[in-house]
Unconditional design. Structure first.
Length: 154
């Protein structure tokens, strides 16, 4: 009788242990499935750059080297400088909603520092390509920098 009692006690402990592992595994899998995938997350490479003024294209550049990485709510990007340009980089947080990226930079090139380091960027996203358009005015001229990126980690 004593052995039978000990046997049932061990079996019940084993069953509780296996049940707790099953519940933990189930909840972990369920939370991963419920996590909404962020289509921006990944490594992006610039493929085309256009600079326009009042709708007229001033510059087309397909050789410019620029990368952006979006990961877990953070963004980091860099541009390889040419002999005629300054170094450009940025780091901070981002959010993506309704075809708009909002980047809040906390570290950036000196030439970018200002009182407002939040950039609201409308984009057009198609599977592994996106286009962003940065619009600004200076001296009554409407400028646009149009950047087209391709996802390189698929």
């Amino acid at each position: 009788m004593k052995y039978l009692h000990l046997f049932f006690k061990r079996i019940s402990v084993l069953i509780l242990f296996l049940l707790s592992i099953f519940i933990f595994t189930f909840e972990s899998c369920e939370s991963k499935q419920n996590k909404k995938l962020d289509p921006m997350e990944g490594v992006w490479e610039l493929t085309h750059f256009y600079h326009t003024a009042n709708g007229d294209t001033l510059i087309i550049d397909t050789k410019k080297t620029q990368h952006k990485i979006y990961l877990d709510g953070f963004v980091i990007w860099n541009v390889s400088p040419t002999s005629k340009t300054d170094e450009w980089h940025g780091f901070g947080t981002y959010s993506f909603s309704n075809d708009t990226i909002t980047e809040k930079l906390t570290s950036m090139s000196n030439s970018m520092k200002s009182d407002n380091n939040t950039y609201i960027i409308p984009i057009e996203l198609k599977k592994n390509i996106y286009k962003q358009i940065n619009t600004y005015t200076a001296n009554d001229t409407l400028y646009q920098n149009i950047e087209v990126y391709k996802k390189i980690n698929q």
